[in-house]
Design a protein around this ligand. Sequence first.
Ligand SMILES: Nc1ncnc2c1ncn2[C@@H]1O[C@H](COP(=O)(O)OP(=O)(O)OP(=O)(O)O)[C@@H](O)[C@H]1O
Ligand SMILES: [Mg+2]
Length: 511
Amino acid sequence: MSPEAGAPLVEVRGVTRRYGPVLANDRIDLELRAGEVHALLGENGAGKSTLSKIIYGFVRPDAGELRVGGRPAALRSPRDARALGIGMVFQDFMLIPALSVLENIALFLTDLPPVPSRRAVAGRIRAQGERFGLAVDPDAPVRQLSVGDRQKVEILKLLLAQARVLIFDEPTKVLAPHEVDALFRVFAALKAEGYSILFITHKLREVLRCADRITVLRRGRVAGGFGPSEAREEDLVAMMFGAREAEAQARTEEAPRAPGAPVLELRSACCAAAGSETALRDLDLCIGQGEIVGVAGVSGSGQKELGDLILGLRPLASGGKRFLGADASRWSIARMREQGCAFIPEDPLAMAAVAGMSVRENLALGTGRRYHKGARLDWRALEAGMAASFQALAFPVPPLDPPIAALSGGNLQRVVIAREMAHAPRLIVALYPTRGLDVPSAASVRALLLRARDGGAGVLLISEDLEELAGMADRLLVLFAGAIRGEFRRGAWQAEAVGRLMTGSMAAARG
Ligand SMILES: Nc1ncnc2c1ncn2[C@@H]1O[C@H](COP(=O)(O)OP(=O)(O)OP(=O)(O)O)[C@@H](O)[C@H]1O
Ligand SMILES: [Mg+2]
């Protein structure tokens, strides 16, 4: 393909895709042009991932046509799409941690003739890295790379395979704020050289910052579109969810309140680390009843390890843990959960769901004997209990029979949250609970966490979103390299100071 500025590289015409009763894509028209970032917006389950997988040849449409470089293209597999210059960066990266950057990229290229030599690949990784702001060491093992660097490797892979159209499905979901800025600089450099980018996100500000064209999907259909600099945030929200939701984004600005008796206490807690994990060092942490303690940090600072330690997934090397006044240092996960600890993990599909099981079975996971009648699980009672929880969150109840892996990313997150919040937890450990959720769903999750706090629960809210933390946390801790580097009362922190602590560029602070 020779990219003439503004010419459509990919045209989607009348594309339709059904999954059983669900019309995931309904007669979609869309164009991806050279030198443009085209943002694709829409609520959870709107059909964004389905459409991107169709363009990448991963899912075949039931009807409609794709044209690539002006010619009809029948993509039978991603291999066909790659041969036509279309590449995709997935929500979950497809890299092999034990191999080096170079090896991962070379493996990907062997798919496509002619195979360049190892040295040539290393040279090109360096050259493309410099040119597009994607510098990574070709010899570094992927397992040692940060999430942001792994994403760079994914992009390099596509560039070296001669892709001209790059599809990004929620690339910023896993990135820290400074990594998002870096990604947008990469977008700008790619655009300037005539690449075409399809960018999926739930964050409207990101769209307004970098998109040249915006298409909004709603229930599988194109609800509308905007050209460069026509869109305002309110218009986008109205188009995504209908005008009704546009005003429903409340924030709380109240004074901090005194927390009640401790729900969870960590005393000089240390935790060893294997492989790429972060060791936790000497953590002192107390979460009281009716208190939200926020934890800010860039990814890999020990957030996952902290969540696992509290839940009992990983043992204390030294120090103590108390839950509701009792020594819980050696409690099993089952016991923590029985006593009222809810857990919303970072990666729900890997940590809190069994992919091959139905949505219904997944809702039963970890509910212990709560819904048992004698020796048997009372499925009706379970469904009723869970339906109430979905309702409290204003989430629609998804179909219960399909395997949970068939849900969209956001709908899967909703299922895990509804299950975890169903039984009036005493402690809620929430890692990035609104990640991947559309605007109203994220607002309901925040509202529910605030209600749980007001009802006396203790909440540990781990997030990279400083605005979210500022709106919710009664106290804020900053985690860096497995240690608490700062502690601030509500309203007594500045984003800049927190940001510098998060990146380790400032000594420990209190406020
Ligand atoms: N493999 C599948 N089997 C059954 N249904 C599916 C499958 N893939 C997607 N769907 C359904 O198609 C609809 C659109 O899903 P899709 O993943 O495209 O949404 P999305 O816009 O990417 O949502 P999110 O923002 O939550 O990621 C959803 O109702 C989803 O459950
Ligand atoms: Mg999706």
